[in-house]
Design a protein around this ligand. Sequence first.
Ligand SMILES: NC(=O)c1ccc[n+]([C@@H]2O[C@H](COP(=O)([O-])OP(=O)(O)OC[C@H]3O[C@@H](n4cnc5c(N)ncnc54)[C@H](OP(=O)(O)O)[C@@H]3O)[C@@H](O)[C@H]2O)c1
Length: 252
Amino acid sequence: MLPAMARNVIITGGGTGIGLATAQAFAAEGERVLLLGRRAEVLEKAAVPGALTFAADLATVRGARAAADFALDAFDGTVDVLVHSAGGHGGREPREGVGDDPLDAVAHNWSTNFRINTLTSVLLTEALRDHVASPGGRILFLSSIAALRGSGSGAYGAAKAAVHPYTYDLAKALGPRGVTVNAVAPGYVEDTEFFGYEMSDEEYGRRVGATLTGRAGTPADVAATLTWLASPGAQHLTGQIVQVNGGEQLGR
Ligand SMILES: NC(=O)c1ccc[n+]([C@@H]2O[C@H](COP(=O)([O-])OP(=O)(O)OC[C@H]3O[C@@H](n4cnc5c(N)ncnc54)[C@H](OP(=O)(O)O)[C@@H]3O)[C@@H](O)[C@H]2O)c1
């Protein structure tokens, strides 16, 4: 039985990794949780007691609209917390139709990263922004350490960095309504599908060795920051990029 004051929480990418841990953390606090992602079977198997699920590609207008309509119907028109954990580096996305010119691969990499990291966040937010609880609503994006220092081709970090000015503009627009908007930028987080569940000992050691804490981040580390940002204690914190990286990147 949910408490009478349970909040309505939407978590994209809620079937795996950081999104799943975040959903479990909100559910443990007695909130009503809706998990979104593309794979229905992954969402349905997610170990989140009482959670609703809806499968949709949030990088498409059709998918984002369908997910928003489902959420508003299930939550009687009000969303208290919107967490955007959908994303990734794009390496496992379908490659059908990519041409032979090396520039085709570049275009595919950049557009894929923009779609799964940036568009997923922006489309669902725009579909729901008028329905976010005022005051008290929370919108939380997942950025990355890569947005602050790059990560290889530039595409993933750029797609995450694109969320930063959106965070700032949305915080300005929704601040007068009592809604806060922030992004959390993790460093390396283990036990998610992002890198897959296997990594060479050498690579793992390199990543852990770059932290000041001497360990990898966990989905629970990031979930704890997200649930705190959604708590009353964080009501004066908005328009920020909050780093959770064990000190791998100092300051901003
Ligand atoms: N793990 C890290 O080291 C790390 C570090 C910094 C930032 N991050 C960010 O943290 C977030 C969570 O990542 P994670 O590590 O938990 O990886 P993950 O386990 O791969 O989670 C990503 C989730 O996003 C969903 N997703 C991807 N594209 C989608 C789309 N178009 N529509 C709907 N859902 C979509 C995936 O489910 P479906 O494939 O079923 O749709 C998956 O559940 C991501 O934004 C990632 O970029 C991760």
